[in-house]
Design a protein around this ligand. Structure first.
Ligand SMILES: [Cu+2]
Length: 153
């Protein structure tokens, strides 16, 4: 009886985390998240894109209804100066590899958020890949990555 109750608890526990990752062909988009931001401000989107296929794919563009514009950016350091550049040729996801979008590196830039985003909210977006096509994902709004990376574990 105790074992049975435990296994049910584990199933309920695991379901939301699985639902949050998106599989599209040979691509897997893991844990999309963004920080809370005020209306009119810019937000950054983070995730890990894994390619289990034999051919490279390219993240070509991103749209999000909750933002005026969405672009792919890369943060870089030039000496002591941090800067961001737009990734205009798309983001290549190598076969058998993964690309991490994380603070300080690649990220999506949600420009001009239409509404304030609070922790616990979600920001839906559509990723368009050269091979996998349009993939709908949902960015969780979280205060920080360190403690909120896998909040249900
Ligand atoms: Cu940026």
């Amino acid at each position: 009886m105790k074992i049975h109750a435990l296994s049910i608890a584990l199933v309920i526990w695991a379901a939301p985390a699985l639902a949050h990752d998106v599989q599209a062909g040979s691509l897997r988009i893991s844990h999309p998240w963004t920080r809370p931001a005020a209306a009119g401000q810019n937000g950054a989107g983070y995730m890990v894109i894994t390619n289990t296929g034999a051919q490279a794919d390219i993240l070509v563009s991103v749209t999000a209804a909750g933002a005026r514009d969405t672009t792919i950016h890369q943060s870089m350091m030039h000496g002591d100066m941090a800067s961001m550049v737009a990734v205009t040729d798309g983001l290549v996801i190598p076969p058998g590899g993964a690309v991490t979008l994380a603070p300080g590196g690649y990220h999506l830039m949600f420009t001009g958020l239409k509404a304030k985003t609070n922790p616990g909210d979600t920001l839906p977006a559509t990723l368009t890949f050269a091979r996998a096509g349009a993939v709908k994902v949902t960015f969780d709004v979280q205060a920080s990555s360190a403690t909120a990376d896998h909040p249900r574990h």
